[in-house]
Structure formats: structure tokens, C-alpha cells
Design a protein around this ligand. Structure first.
Ligand SMILES: [Fe+2]
Ligand SMILES: [Fe+2]
Length: 135
């Protein structure tokens, strides 16, 4: 699956959309680095960035959810944790020098597909809820 931000992933809350877009561009960098067989340091650098960035993004969303007393908070939080665990697994795979094909498959399944589904479903419901509340 090509790792690319698509306009139909835009949900309509600027901060969240900008963060999702930035996450996708990091996924693309990560995937390219793995495919091109870049050195582990480069790959780790991108993963480190993603760890920090997703932490900020998830906190931002969770703060919004708490503010609006959103019923889906627990489910979102649970999925955010799964994503964070996937990043740690990738870190370990790189550290253990797992062949890049295995890493590419994990990136595709655990990061890209997961994130696209998460954004399309849960984040989209969240944004609809907030728009309805604040609109
Ligand atoms: Fe989320
Ligand atoms: Fe999100």
C-alpha cells in the first residue's frame, strides 16, 4: 500500500489534520528509508520522531475528548496505545536487525493501515462530535 496523505483523510479540524498530515509524511520517509536500505541510525531517527510526534498528537486528541466529555475516549486511548506499542516493536526490530522486508511489512500493517482506519473511523467520529458541539 502506498503511504500517502490523501485529501479525503482531512477531517476539518485544522490542528488534527495538520498533525495527521505530518505523521503521514514521516511514514513515507520511514518506508522509503527502509526500502532503500538506509542505515539503522536514519531509520531510528524517524522512529524517534514518530514516538514524540504521535505522543503529542494523541495527547492533543485526548485533551479535546476530555474537554467535550466524549464517550469514545476509552476506545481511542486503547487504540493509541496499540499504535505506540507497534512503534516500540519496530524499534526492537531495527535494533535486532530484522531484514528490511519484515520491517516494511510491519510498517504497512501496523502503522499505515492501522492509522488510515483509525483516522477514517474513530478520529472522524470524534471530529463530527466536536463540530456538532461547537458548530
Ligand atoms: Fe485518534
Ligand atoms: Fe489522530
Amino acid at each position: 500500500m502506498a503511504i500517502k496523505w490523501e485529501e479525503n483523510l482531512r477531517l476539518g479540524v485544522a490542528t488534527i489534520d495538520e498533525q495527521h498530515e505530518a505523521m503521514f509524511s514521516q511514514f513515507a520517509l520511514l518506508s522509503r528509508a527502509v526500502q532503500q536500505g538506509s542505515c539503522d541510525t536514519k531509520i531510528k531517527e524517524i522512529l524517534d520522531f514518530l514516538v514524540d510526534y504521535t505522543e503529542i498528537h494523541f495527547l492533543e486528541e485526548e485533551k479535546l475528548m476530555a474537554l467535550h466529555d466524549y464517550a469514545g475516549l476509552a476506545e481511542q486511548r486503547q487504540q493509541h496505545e496499540i499504535f505506540k506499542a507497534a512503534i516500540s516493536t519496530l524499534h526492537e526490530m531495527v535494533a535486532n536487525q530484522v531484514p528490511s522486508k519484515g520491517i516494511a511489512i510491519k510498517i504497512d500493517a501496523a502503522l499505515v493501515r492501522y492509522t488510515i482506519n483509525h483516522v477514517r473511523k474513530l478520529d472522524s467520529q470524534l471530529v463530527e462530535f466536536i463540530k456538532c458541539r461547537t458548530g
